[in-house]
Structures are given as structure tokens and as C-alpha cells.
Design a protein around this ligand. Structure first.
Ligand code: GAL
Length: 491
């Protein structure tokens, strides 16, 4: 009891320490806040009831693939059983919405028939959220593809778009009376590159320079089909919105030379433009630089056609404009310079297609993740780049957050949120049309290849306790205060 009181006192002092003397900046009227998770990372219940295996079940159960701590999402945060506690936490934070994903193989184990228990689970979760006046935001695909679909080629098989449409239709029919915001896919670039190109994530395919482009091609078509399905069949009655969320780091040119600036621009086009250009640009299609380079390299490598597939005219039209908002996941920044010794690699790869040198500045603060350094000003630059490249769309931040290996006194995460949110407000001052912000993540969870070794949560999860005890960290108190006051101290 005494210990608990001391800890609470310490936490409030810590939060106050970030607020002394600070001039407050307000978020615009109507700006909303949320927190996010994803099915495989929190649910557990991997074989509950009639759920079929997903590619992440297969991947983590196969010892050829490496999860740093040898773990899996078999139990994770056990949200399959503890969802009421999750909703309670979301309510404690006072946020407007909760972004979670549906597990395709839980809802539709064989891709055709619905699972009674799967439907019940998501109905219960949604109803519990609404009971607390929290809006559900649903991601249909956050990386856990049914394994049987993978056996048919997964996202490299264009027919997967049809299956995805069937699954999405069911989700709209079942839950669309209560869910008003849908994300078709989460971070297609990371999923395709790591899962089909580099073999680092499920399904573990190592077909660099080929399969990631096939995967992305199908996903773009699948996204557009689902967008139009909703638009034509459900929107009038359900009045919801559909989009997707794309990952992007800011790429900072290491010098003012035109070579380095072009190199940084090239990475932005290959990372974000790959998916954003076909959907959000006026002309549609992949960025020109991507099409030109991959064709040229493919020819040099002796292929008769480009390794980057080509859309038909109809497909281009279907994809272009298939959005109600621009979803963005952002964490960090990299320095980029033109590669010193450029060459066409005999073995194709995505990184040889982009071909730059990149690095972090040594004084950028580290996190627990090798890829994540704290560079808050990059957020403002990226948002401005999106404004200028895609005609200032409405942007919704669906992920932003920091990893550590700490307990509940997560000072660095508090600082990360304070600084990133300040630069987000600067971007709004610049005229960027950002309407909402989502913190990743509600609680610590299964961090893909890093297992449970990296923590991103506002709530600490004690994985050793049978009830997967969740405890608010300092950052949870801090975030709650931002949400409540709709303001933050100026840095
Ligand atoms: C994103 C991903 C999330 C989460 C986060 C932190 O790429 O969508 O699932 O893991 O990164 O690494």
C-alpha cells in the first residue's frame, strides 16, 4: 500500500516535471486521440475454438525462423480473454477511439464460413467499447494472413484480393452498424518487404527484388476493391470511412548537394510513394522514379521485363482516389546520402533498386529498437512532404511511439510523446491537415521478431502473471492529461 502510494507520488512528480513553467499549446477543435494494438500482438488464443492458423502462428512455431526471445503470440496479452480490461484501460486514458485489428483466421477460419466464436469475440469487444463511448477503429489486415491462403501464394497471388474482399464484406455486414472507421491494411511496405522480400517476418519468403513487388501489387488492388465495395454497397447506410495506413520515416538528405537530396527523395518514393502514389497522387500509379529504376535494373540484370508489375488502365483508375483519409504510421528519421559506389547488383534486391547510403546521427537518442531513434523534427518535415506531394489530404496518425525495456517509470517515452506531439502541432501550424493522433501502443505486446523484449506500451504488461497484469506507466498518466486538456506544454 505504502509502496503503491510512493510510486503514484513519484509518477505525478515526474509528470509535473515535464509541465513546469511550460506554455500550453492547444490541439485544434475537433482533433481526436486514440491508442492502437493489433490482433496477433495481443490476442493470444491462437487455437481457440475453430480459429485456423495464421502465417504468424506458422512462423513463430517454426524454429527455422528466429524470434529473438524464442517466444510467440500464442498467449501474448491474452486479450482474447481479457478484452474487458483492455477496454477499461482505453476508457481510463479518456481517448476518443481504439484502433485494433481483426484476425482473419479467427473470424473466417476457412475463408468462407464465419466462426461463431470469432464473430462473438469481435461483437463483444465492439459493444464493450461503445458502452464506454469509445469509437472502434478496425484494421482488417494487420499482417496475420490465414495460413491456407499463404499456401496458395498469399499476397503474391492476385486472387488473394478476391478473398480479402469476401472477408471485408462480412466484416462490414457484421460490424458496420457500429464501426465507422476501417483500415484495409496496415503498413503494406513493411509487411511486403520483410515478409516476401527479406524473409525476416512471416511468411518468411526470401525473394528479394521480386516478391515484395508482387505482394504490394495485390495489396493495392485488394485495398481499392474493398474501398469501392464499401463505397458502393455500405457507405450510404453505414456512413463510415475507409482508408489504409502507411509507414514512413523522414529521410533527411545528409547535405544540400543535389545528389544527396535526390537520394533522400528516392527513399521517400520507394518507402511511402510505392503505396501512396497510386492512391493519393493526381496521376496515380507507382512513382516514376520507381518504375524507371526497376525497369532499367531489371533489363541490366537480363530480365525481359520489369520486376515491378504493371497495372492495367482499369486497375489504375480503381486504385486512384480510393481513400477517405491518409493514414500514417511514423516513428523515426534517417540520414540519407547518394551511394558512393553505385552498381547494378547481379542478384536483384529492393535495397539495390533504391541504392542509397543511410545512417543515424550518433547523437540521436536510442530506443530499445535498432531502427528507432528519437528525431521529433522529422515528423514535421514528413507531414509537410505529404502535404506538398498529395495536395494536403486529411492525415490521421495511426501509430507513433517509443520502445524501451523499462518498467512503469518510462521517462523517455514521456519525453518522446511530448516532443513528437509538439512537432505535430508545428506541422499543423504549417497548414498540414492532421485530424487525429494514435499512440502505439495501448500496452506492451508481442513485438514481432523481437518477441517481448521491446516494450511500446502506455501500460506495462507483466507477462509472468497469470492475469497478464496491466499497470499504467508514467506515459499513460501523461498521455491521459494531454487527451483531457487537449493541450501540451510547449518545448
Ligand atoms: C509498426 C507495426 C506495429 C508495431 C510497431 C512498432 O510497424 O504496425 O504492429 O509493431 O511498428 O514496431
Amino acid at each position: 500500500m505504502i509502496v503503491a502510494r510512493i510510486t503514484t507520488l513519484a509518477l505525478s512528480l515526474l509528470i509535473c516535471a515535464f509541465q513546469v513553467d511550460g506554455k500550453l499549446r492547444r490541439f485544434p477543435d475537433g482533433f481526436s486521440f486514440g491508442v492502437a494494438t493489433a490482433s496477433y500482438q495481443i490476442e493470444g488464443g491462437w487455437n481457440a475454438s475453430d480459429k485456423s492458423e495464421s502465417i504468424w502462428d506458422t512462423f513463430t512455431h517454426n524454429s527455422n525462423y528466429k524470434i529473438l526471445d524464442g517466444s510467440s503470440g500464442d498467449v501474448a496479452c491474452d486479450s482474447y480473454h481479457l478484452y474487458k480490461r483492455d477496454v477499461e484501460m482505453v476508457a481510463e486514458l479518456g481517448v476518443d477511439f481504439y484502433r485494433f485489428s481483426m484476425s482473419w483466421s479467427r473470424l473466417m477460419p476457412d475463408g468462407y464460413e464465419l466462426s461463431k466464436d470469432g464473430v462473438k469475440y469481435y461483437n463483444d469487444l465492439i459493444n464493450e467499447l461503445l458502452k464506454h463511448k469509445i469509437q472502434p477503429v478496425v484494421t482488417l489486415f494487420h499482417w496475420d494472413l490465414p495460413q491456407w491462403l499463404q499456401q496458395l501464394g498469399g499476397w503474391s497471388n492476385s486472387l488473394t484480393a478476391k478473398h480479402f474482399q469476401r472477408y471485408a464484406r462480412s466484416a462490414f455486414e457484421l460490424f458496420g452498424d457500429r464501426v465507422k472507421m476501417w483500415l484495409t491494411v496496415n503498413e503494406p511496405q513493411v509487411f511486403c518487404l520483410h515478409g516476401y522480400g527479406k524473409g525476416l517476418k512471416a511468411p518468411g519468403l526470401d525473394m528479394n527484388g521480386f516478391a515484395e513487388y508482387l505482394c504490394g501489387h495485390t495489396m493495392l488492388k485488394a485495398h481499392a476493391k474493398v474501398y469501392h465495395l464499401y463505397d458502393q454497397v455500405f457507405k450510404k447506410k453505414q456512413k463510415g470511412r475507409v482508408g489504409l495506413t502507411l509507414n514512413a520515416s523522414w529521410q533527411q538528405a545528409s547535405s544540400n548537394s543535389s545528389n544527396d537530396r535526390e537520394a533522400a527523395q528516392r527513399v521517400l518514393e520507394f518507402e511511402l510513394g510505392w503505396f501512396a502514389n497510386p492512391i493519393f497522387s493526381k496521376c496515380g500509379d507507382y512513382p516514376k522514379i520507381m518504375k524507371d529504376r526497376i525497369l532499367w535494373k531489371s533489363q541490366e540484370q537480363g530480365y525481359t521485363e520489369s520486376r515491378l508489375p504493371i497495372f492495367t488502365k482499369e486497375e489504375l483508375e480503381e486504385i486512384k482516389g480510393s481513400y477517405d483519409f491518409f493514414g500514417l504510421n511514423h516513428y523515426t528519421t534517417r540520414m540519407v546520402k547518394e551511394k558512393s559506389n553505385k552498381s547494378v547488383a547481379s542478384k536483384p534486391s529492393f535495397s539495390n533498386d533504391v541504392e542509397v547510403d543511410d545512417y543515424f546521427e550518433s547523437d540521436w537518442k536510442e530506443s530499445a529498437s535498432v531502427w528507432l531513434r528519437v528525431v521529433p523534427w522529422g515528423f514535421q518535415k514528413l507531414l509537410n512532404w505529404i502535404k506538398d506531394s498529395y495536395d494536403n489530404p486529411e492525415v490521421i496518425i495511426f501509430e507513433n511511439g517509443f520502445s524501451d525495456r523499462e518498467g512503469i517509470d518510462d521517462v523517455d517515452r514521456v519525453q518522446y510523446y511530448r516532443d513528437y506531439l509538439n512537432y505535430l502541432l508545428d506541422a499543423i501550424d504549417d497548414g498540414c491537415n492532421v485530424s487525429a493522433y494514435t499512440a502505439w501502443s495501448l500496452m506492451d505486446n508481442f513485438e514481432w521478431n523481437k518477441g517481448y523484449s521491446e516494450r511500446f506500451g502506455l501500460y506495462y504488461v507483466d507477462y509472468n502473471s497469470t492475469i497478464k497484469k496491466r499497470t499504467p506507466k508514467a506515459s499513460a498518466h501523461y498521455f491521459k492529461n494531454i487527451v483531457k486538456t487537449k493541450s501540451i506544454e510547449k518545448i
